[in-house]
Design a protein around this ligand. Structure first.
Ligand SMILES: NC(=O)c1ccc[n+]([C@@H]2O[C@H](COP(=O)([O-])OP(=O)(O)OC[C@H]3O[C@@H](n4cnc5c(N)ncnc54)[C@H](OP(=O)(O)O)[C@@H]3O)[C@@H](O)[C@H]2O)c1
Length: 299
C-alpha cells in the first residue's frame, strides 16, 4: 500500500494553488511550496518554502528530496515548462505527480480550437504518462474540475453583469456543464493523495456541481429579486470569432472556444462522465451561496 505524506506544490501561491495548499494542510499533509527564485509569493504558516530554478532539473531535484508527491498548479502560461519538474520528480523518487490541468478534460476535448490552445497541457501529460510507464513507481493523476465557479464569478461575473443586470446566453442556455469552487478543488486534491492506490494513473473528473446557464440565471434572478436581461449568443459565432483570433495568434480565443464547447446546444460535456466525487468522498455542493456572495459583493 502506497502512503503519501510529504507533498510539494508548484504554483501554490496562485488562484488554484492557494486552496490546494489549504486543502492539503487541512488534511494533515506536510506541505512544501516550490516557488520561482524571482517570486515574492508568500505562504501560510506551516508551509516550508523552497526557491527553485524551474529550468534546472538539479535545482528542482534537490528541493524534492523526501517528497512523496508533486502537485503542479503552475500558471497557464507555464504549463509547457513542467518537463524539468517531471524529470526531477522521477529522479528524486517522487511517487505521484499531479500536473497543472484543473480545467476541462484535455484527454477528451473535441473542440479543435481548444485542442490547439491546450497543447501545452496535453503534451505535458503525455510526457508524464510516458515517464510513468518507464518508471512504474512514478504514478500520476490528472484532475478535471470544469469551470472555476467562485473564481469565475469573482473575476468576470461568469458573464453575469451585476450593474446592468444582464447576461449573454449561448444557444438555449440549457446545456449542462461542470463547475467547481476552489476550496472544493483543494479538498479533491487532498483526497486523491490520501487514496493513492485508488487514484493511480487515472484522469479523474471532479465537480462541485453540474449547472447550466439557465439554472444559474434562475438563481441569480431569485437572489437579486429582479428580472435580468438576456442577450442571445449563437455558438457558431463564438467558434468563428475564436478561429479569427487564433489565426492572428490571439489566445484570448480560448474564452470563445470554451463558451461554445461548454454551452452550445448538442455539445454536452458532462455526457457519459462519471464523477470521481464518490470515490474521493466529496459531497456535491450548492451553487447558490457563491452566487449570493457574488451579488452581495462578498466574493
Ligand atoms: N477551470 C478554470 O476555470 C480555470 C481557471 C483558471 C486557471 N485554470 C487552470 O489552473 C491552473 C493554475 O492556474 P492559476 O490561474 O491558478 O495560475 P496563476 O494563479 O496564474 O499562477 C500560479 C503560480 O504559477 C507561478 N507562475 C506564474 N507565472 C509563472 C511563469 N511564467 N513561470 C513559472 N511559474 C509561474 C506563480 O507562483 P510563484 O510566484 O510562487 O512561483 C503563480 O502563483 C492552470 O492549469 C490553469 O489553466 C483553470
Amino acid at each position: 500500500m502506497t502512503t503519501i505524506k510529504n507533498v510539494a506544490v508548484v504554483g501554490g501561491s496562485g488562484n488554484v494553488g492557494k486552496p490546494i495548499v489549504a486543502g492539503l494542510l487541512a488534511a494533515g499533509f506536510n506541505v512544501t511550496a516550490l516557488t520561482r527564485e524571482s517570486s515574492s509569493s508568500t505562504f501560510p504558516d506551516g508551509v516550508k518554502v523552497k526557491k527553485v530554478d524551474y529550468e534546472s532539473v538539479d535545482s528542482i531535484k534537490e528541493a524534492l528530496q523526501g517528497q512523496d508527491a508533486v502537485v503542479s498548479a503552475a500558471a497557464t502560461i507555464a504549463v509547457g515548462k513542467q518537463y524539468p519538474i517531471v524529470d526531477a520528480a522521477v529522479a528524486a523518487g517522487v511517487k505521484r505527480f499531479i500536473p497543472s490541468e484543473f480545467g476541462i478534460n484535455t484527454r477528451t476535448v473535441s473542440s479543435q480550437g481548444l485542442k490547439t490552445i491546450l497543447q501545452g497541457k496535453i503534451k505535458a501529460l503525455d510526457y508524464i504518462i510516458e515517464k510513468s510507464k518507464a518508471n512504474p513507481d512514478f504514478t500520476w493523476s490528472g484532475v478535471t474540475t470544469g469551470l472555476f465557479f467562485d473564481w469565475g464569478f469573482r473575476t468576470s461575473g461568469l458573464g453575469f453583469n451585476k450593474d446592468t443586470k444582464s447576461v449573454g446566453i449561448v444557444d438555449s442556455g440549457n446545456t449542462p456543464y461542470f463547475a467547481s469552487n476552489l476550496p472544493f478543488i483543494g479538498k479533491a486534491v487532498a483526497a486523491i493523495l490520501a487514496n493513492p492506490d485508488k487514484t493511480a494513473n487515472q484522469y479523474l473528473s471532479v465537480a462541485s456541481f453540474t449547472v447550466s446557464q439557465n439554472k444559474l440565471l434562475k438563481i441569480v434572478e431569485e437572489e437579486s429579486g429582479a428580472k435580468w436581461t438576456t442577450k442571445p449568443v449563437k455558438s457558431p459565432d463564438l467558434v468563428k470569432a475564436g478561429d479569427e483570433k487564433l489565426s492572428k495568434g490571439d489566445f484570448s480565443a480560448f474564452r470563445d472556444f470554451l463558451q461554445a464547447y461548454l454551452f452550445a446546444d448538442g455539445g454536452d460535456s458532462t455526457k457519459g462522465v462519471e464523477l470521481a466525487n464518490g470515490l474521493l468522498g466529496l459531497q456535491e455542493e450548492d451553487p447558490r451561496p457563491t452566487i449570493k456572495a457574488f451579488l452581495e459583493g462578498k466574493l
